[in-house]
Design a protein around this ligand. Sequence first.
Ligand code: SAM
Length: 212
Amino acid sequence: MECEEKRKILINSLKYNGICDKVLDAMMRVPRHLFVPDDYQETAYMDMPLPIGHNQTISAPHMVAIMCDLLEISEGMKILEVGSGSGYNAAVMAELVGEKGHIYTVERIPELAHFAEKNLKKAGYRNVTVVQDDGSCGLEEHEPYERISVTSAAPEVPRPLIDQLSTEGIMAIPVGNGEQQLVVVRKDSKGNVSYEAWGGVIFVPLIGKYGY
Ligand code: SAM
């Protein structure tokens, strides 16, 4: 079966998770097989996390979809992602923000920052910048961000990420050791911050100054 056919089947199956059409359409446009190592090409369109080396994974498509959905991403937004991994999630968000928006994605492991950058270039994304650094401190250079997506689990929501979230901004971040909760952080127009637990998730740990 061709990649596009497999992709259609995968995205159709995600409809039943209640994901909005805008996110499903964006995922339909991203060739996930370009973000998956050669050894896993056959499973690129299965709804599961896959190894990308260095004990890290590309997240399962349903998890990418859920996080993008919770973030309520619109065209033109500036977004910070912590944990580039393969670059796939950044590519989906790049589709959602369009040419006028931008994704800054920070990866701690130099080889994976290079992997993400290579994959994003191969897939043709120009509105994504990959930075190799400790993303638990955020990325001060380009703050504030209208949305922040953290794809590894933190002991608590890092203070710098709250500070770098713009007013009326939304952040999605897994929090906890062992049992993790996906937390949606909202900052209102006056700068007040609220937290809402979405549900249980499993992510690799956020390693760094404000991580483990
Ligand atoms: N979003 C990725 C994708 O689409 O492939 C999957 C990310 S993977 C589940 C989590 C990533 O977070 C790993 O690549 C890991 O190296 C990275 N990570 C962990 N701690 C980090 C930190 N402090 N700063 C930046 N990246 C970090």
